[in-house]
Design a binder for this molecule. Structure first.
Ligand code: BEZ
Ligand code: FE
Length: 287
């Protein structure tokens, strides 16, 4: 048997991992071995650098728990999450594009009627998000569920507030028979990703902005359509060009139009000024 040396180690490791029982695992692992070996060669990885990387990976695992996933954050800030989203959501040009899920979605949000205020009791500028949900041929999808969640005016999500035990800035709306929906909330603000862990520490030594532009999250899981996980971003808001997780796409940028006190999209009357964002979601049929 040949002695291991710098030149044959990659082939030996690839051969070993090609024995994985699942052909897909064999493909994933042999490609991984090839790329990480190439990486180590390209940068001439030193012992100290490899140990520093192992310490960073260890800290990333140690700070993660059921509420915080530092590995997802790491994948987000190097653009890997968004690359995987793009490759797995190759929709028609007409369909609303997908973007990152992010770590703050909570399952089983309460059902909310047309115009329900999911921000009740929370300070901020009132905002109505309204429009239709249709398929790519323009047909309305009645009863489509819009699972909506967002941060408060401090940039904090309910998932970051362990003391909260009722739904806060999240709800599941449904379209009416004509495909229309209406969400009442407060205008979101841009916020920073969690910077107190190993990902933040690494970024502190760069010129990377840690901010995400103001956005609201939406998820659709309709039978007969591809799952859509997306955001709406406020037009002209800060950080659209520098979103730390690479999540912004042009068709998702929406004007938040100022309205004086008076009739509002929920069919009622507001006694303070408010904002309206109009957005028509288009779902991709799954066949
Ligand atoms: C978010 O939009 O909630 C988010 C996405 C990726 C990383 C951190 C936060
Ligand atoms: Fe978010």
């Amino acid at each position: 048997m040949a002695f291991v040396n710098e030149d044959n180690i990659t082939d030996l490791a690839i051969k070993r991992w090609s024995t994985a029982h699942s052909p897909r695992v064999a493909e994933l692992m042999t490609a991984l071995v090839r790329h990480i070996h190439d990486y180590a060669r390209e940068v001439e990885l030193t012992d100290q650098e490899w140990m520093a990387a192992i310490e960073w990976l260890t800290a990333t695992g140690q700070i993660s728990n059921d509420k915080r996933q530092e590995f997802i954050l790491a994948s987000d800030v190097v653009g890997l999450s968004m690359l995987v989203v793009q490759m797995n959501n190759r929709f028609d040009e007409k369909a609303t594009p997908a973007t990152v899920l992010g770590p703050f979605h909570i399952d089983d949000s309460p059902a909310a009627p047309f115009g329900f205020d999911m921000s009740e009791g929370i300070t901020g500028t009132p905002l109505f998000v309204t429009g239709t949900v249709t398929d790519t041929a323009g047909a309305p999808i009645p009863g489509a569920v819009l699972d909506v969640w967002q941060a408060d005016a401090e940039g904090t999500y309910e998932a970051q507030m362990p003391e909260i035990d009722e739904a806060r800035l999240r709800a599941k709306y449904q379209t009416r028979a004509d495909g229309t929906y209406c969400v009442r909330t407060i205008a979101p603000l841009g916020y920073t990703i969690p910077m107190d862990g190993p990902v933040g520490k690494l970024m502190t030594n760069t010129e990377i902005s840690e901010y995400r532009p103001a956005h609201i999250h939406f998820m659709f899981e309709e039978a007969g359509y591809k799952r859509l996980i997306t955001h709406l971003f406020q037009e002209d808001t800060d950080y659209l060009d520098t979103d730390v997780v690479f999540g912004v796409k042009d068709p998702l940028i929406t004007a938040f139009i100022e309205h004086p006190a008076g009739p509002s999209p929920d069919g009622k009357t507001m006694d303070t000024p408010f904002l309206v964002a109009h957005y028509d979601f288009i779902l991709q049929p799954d066949h």
